[in-house]
Design a binder for this molecule. Structure first.
Ligand code: AMP
Length: 190
């Protein structure tokens, strides 16, 4: 079972590339951002709590995120594997994922890191904000999210580099060209 971690800053194209990977390789797409937004849309107490973090550009607490993901993965039946989009976002989450996968037989993991220049990230997110309706796609929150990414999320790369489960992808260019680069990187394990 493949666990493909699609990794990168906000706006790096994780969602777009996930859609293409799902279509071609029949993987199950798990986007933690989507899961959290669904919880907010349900109007639950938990959703209101989550909204406080997301709308300010902060990460939700690790344990809460880990519990939500664990529950979702348990409820999902996937024969081919998963794309993890937006998780892990801290080293603590990466360690929790390692533990989760230890209990799953034959799990192979790769982190695919989409690297995109900062100004391009901002341009893409502002453009998305024109239609996404997301409370966090505005300049102030985008800048905060990029800060959080640099401080808390980027170190996750090293966790997977140390385990030799890391592929670096140039995330600048057309959607199709970037997809080809990803395919080349995952070919040995897919
Ligand atoms: P995304 O849709 O991946 O850009 O995520 C939107 C927001 O959801 C992030 O800015 C965080 O506030 C929250 N979020 C998503 N995934 C995680 C995670 N793994 N850990 C903590 N917060 C998360």
């Amino acid at each position: 079972m493949l666990y493909l971690i699609l990794f990168g800053a906000p706006g790096s194209g994780k969602g777009t590339q996930s859609d293409l990977l799902v279509e071609k390789y029949q993987l199950t797409h798990l986007s933690t951002g989507d899961l959290l937004r669904k919880e907010i849309a349900s109007g639950s107490q938990l959703g209101q709590e989550i909204d406080q973090y997301i709308s300010k550009g902060n990460l939700i607490p690790d344990q809460l995120m880990i519990d939500i993901l664990n529950k979702t993965m348990d409820a999902c039946n996937s024969s081919k594997g998963f794309i993890l989009d937006g998780f892990p976002r801290t080293v603590a989450q990466a360690q929790a994922l390692d533990e989760m996968l230890q209990t799953r037989e034959g799990a192979s993991t790769i982190l695919v890191n989409l690297e995109v220049e900062r100004q391009e990230l901002i341009n893409r997110l502002l453009k998305r904000g024109e239609t996404s309706g997301r409370s966090d796609d505005n300049l102030e929150t985008i800048q905060k999210r990029l800060e959080v990414y640099e401080a808390k999320t980027k170190p996750v790369n090293d966790h997977y580099k140390a385990k030799n489960q890391h592929a670096h992808i140039d995330g600048m260019g057309s959607v199709e060209v970037i997809f080809e680069r990803i395919e080349k990187a995952i070919q040995p394990i897919i």
